[in-house]
Write a protein that binds this ligand. Structure first.
Ligand code: HEC
Length: 507
């Protein structure tokens, strides 16, 4: 009766979350108490801050790029296309990159020419589901109108090579770390992946023990040289020293499980519980990775972690993609950069929607052959500064929008994803923190397509789909808007979150 496409079934696990009730106690307090000093007081700097926001936005929130200067008359690969690919494509499409479609060299690019024109015109490549006309984020992967016109003209003109000596060298891509030399490198259990295999999903424990408690600024996931890691969403398991004798005991990797019982068994197989069977504290979303993006690197003074002597990273979902024609022994690892001082402003997280701080309205019953609109809203009890957003839906997702409405009625744009793309669920970090004042209502709006027109629909014919309060099952949906934030401090909206500011930033 229920025909579940195998590939869809495996894909859904990609971004699934632990079920409800979660077997590990997740720190539940989503929004801190109002600091007593501010409670009930209107702060005089508010108007000044508002002006800064407006000025900042005039400078930064430009509309979509326009065709400023003309597209060259004769477009060639070496002169015009290769530089665009170097900037926007080759991080993934180089040899050993995450896509197995090579387009860095002329001959390969020519053979894919019409596919290239197709995907860039539809803005499917480079992958960036967020609408850049709505809001801006760091590391935006968006072509300008001129770049798109140049690529399509190149294809229309027969995809010519151009003078070979004009071919620009490939950029140097950082190996080992995006940031520098780590203080600690913890290998992930090496996993042997057979040739021509695709889509393996693992739950992996990466334990460590240190001589003493310490602090870290950044925790970074690095895929092994084969570059076949498709995606990681990793949490941090923190042990109290006396509660866990041996963090290394237990399996390092087990296959991903979808049901609650299977997940609890998996956690036990990995040896995650304390010695008395209780569960340690779990800090969510500490090491995330998607090809082409960098780790969650915030500037000095923001973010950071307390690293207890004993701990483990729980890679919730280590997803390996297509291997190619050889066996690959993946040797990914986690880089840790120590800090001398405790985190000054550790980032916090809450989520609207499924298992979040606010319910999904009207409900998450998505009837067959319908397009369903849902929303969730949450009023912030304090001023907050938003750093990063992560909208989350499964295969029926069609579009997503997030914004905040201030008490006096102004709207703060957060994110719009007009065409939901299940494969590219980024953690979107703002160039500068976005202040959402106390009493604002944050809205998330989602649209789900449960008709047969949705090619990713896991059922044929369509079935009733629910969110089952956060179940991980392939056939369930989720609606979540995950927000990383700090309690607001004056001037936050001027602090750049860009770890690699370009000299010409802000042009
Ligand atoms: C963040 C990584 C990333 C970036 C950046 C990127 N791609 Fe891709 N691209 C992929 C992945 C992953 C696929 C899926 C196929 C695969 O697994 O290799 C893909 C697929 C494609 C395809 C095949 C589409 C199809 O349906 O057959 C083309 C053509 C393509 N990309 C062109 C480009 C071009 C041109 C750019 C730059 C303007 C670009 N890509 C940027 C990751 C990327």
């Amino acid at each position: 009766m229920m025909a579940v496409g195998l590939s869809n079934q495996s894909r859904i696990r990609l971004f699934s979350h632990p079920p409800n009730p979660p077997p590990l106690p997740i720190p539940t307090f989503p929004i801190p108490e109002i600091p007593p000093i501010f409670a009930g007081k209107k702060r005089p700097e508010l108007r000044y801050v508002f002006i800064l926001v407006v000025v900042g936005c005039i400078a930064a929130c430009k509309g979509p790029a326009t065709v400023r200067d003309a597209v060259p008359e004769h477009v060639t690969f070496t002169e015009h296309i290769a530089p665009i690919f170097n900037d926007h494509c080759n991080i993934c499409h180089r040899k050993g990159g995450n896509s197995h479609i090579p387009i860095t060299g002329y001959a390969d690019a020519k053979s894919y020419a019409s596919a290239i024109a197709f995907v860039v015109k539809r803005r499917e490549m480079p992958p960036w589901p967020a609408d850049p006309a709505y809001s801006h984020f760091l590391g935006e992967k968006v072509l300008t109108a001129k770049e798109i016109a140049t690529i399509t003209k190149w294809v229309d003109q027969g995809a010519q090579q151009g003078p070979p000596d004009k071919m620009p060298p490939m950029p140097k891509y950082p190996e080992g770390s995006d940031i520098g030399t780590p203080d600690l490198r913890i290998p992930v259990q090496p996993i042997l992946l057979k040739a021509n295999s695709t889509d393996r999903f693992l739950l992996v424990k990466v334990p460590y023990e240190l001589p003493r408690d310490t602090f870290a600024t950044v925790i970074e996931f690095r895929p092994g040289p084969g570059n076949i890691v498709h995606h990681v969403n990793g949490d941090f398991v923190k042990y109290r020293f006396a509660d866990k004798k041996d963090v290394f005991a237990g399996a390092r990797a087990v296959d991903m499980r979808e049901d609650t019982l299977g997940l609890i068994k998996a956690f036990q197989a990995l040896g995650l519980p304390n010695d008395d069977g209780s569960y340690p504290v779990l800090q969510k979303s500490v090491v995330n990775y998607l090809p082409g993006t960098e780790g969650q690197i915030y500037p000095d003074g923001i973010g950071g972690y307390v690293l207890p002597r004993k701990g483990a990273f729980l890679l919730n979902d280590l997803h390996y993609g297509y291997t190619g024609k050889d066996d690959i022994l993946d040797s990914s690892y986690i880089n840790i950069f120590f800090a001398k001082t405790p985190p000054n402003r550790p980032v916090l997280e809450f989520q609207l929607g499924t298992i979040g701080v606010s319910k999904v309205e009207p409900d998450m019953l998505i009837y067959p052959n319908t397009v369903k609109h849902v929303f969730s809203r949450f009023t912030t009890p304090i001023d907050i500064s938003i750093l990063t957003l992560n909208p989350h839906m499964h295969l029926l997702g069609k579009s997503f929008k997030g914004y905040a409405v201030k008490p006096e009625g102004d709207t703060i744009r957060l994110i719009s994803i007009p065409r939901w793309d299940f494969s590219w669920q980024y953690f979107y970090t703002f160039p500068k923190m976005v202040k959402v004042p106390q009493g604002s209502t944050i809205y998330a709006e989602g649209v789900y397509d449960n008709t047969a027109d949705n090619l990713l629909n896991p059922f044929s014919p369509p079935q009733l789909i629910t969110d089952q309060r956060g179940s991980m099952r392939a056939t369930d949906e989720m609606f979540q808007f995950i927000i990383t934030y700090l309690p607001y401090q004056l001037g936050d909206e001027n602090i750049s979150l860009d770890p690699h500011p370009k000299p010409d930033a802000g042009h």
